[in-house]
Design a protein around this ligand. Sequence first.
Ligand SMILES: [Zn+2]
Length: 123
Amino acid sequence: MNQSTNQGVKQFTAREFHAHLYYGPHNLPEAKWLATKLRAELGLMTGFMHQQPIGPHPVWSCGVHFPVEKFATVVQWLMFNRGTLDILVHPDTGDDMVDHSAHVVWLGRSYDLKMDAFTTALK
Ligand SMILES: [Zn+2]
């Protein structure tokens, strides 16, 4: 194995992935429908459907955790079924700061996350 090809490549390992559905009053019913489908069609557990910004998320959101081996299935499904929702996908490597910045993937439009949610949570 050529050592030089690994230079600059950081070794992170995702323990699992999160998808956070972003929505608002205008598409809350659509978000509820999508969460129902995620449970029924993909067998995933969906979190509370927040109707206020929570943690680092600047708009209403609902979190979904899924295992690493389901990444392709879940992200592809969300890509094709997200409708008007924007979706944040990020790994859980144990480092919240980098998982919610350098490591994020967006479906739809991207948002500025409230990164101070992580520093204040530690105080
Ligand atoms: Zn998350």
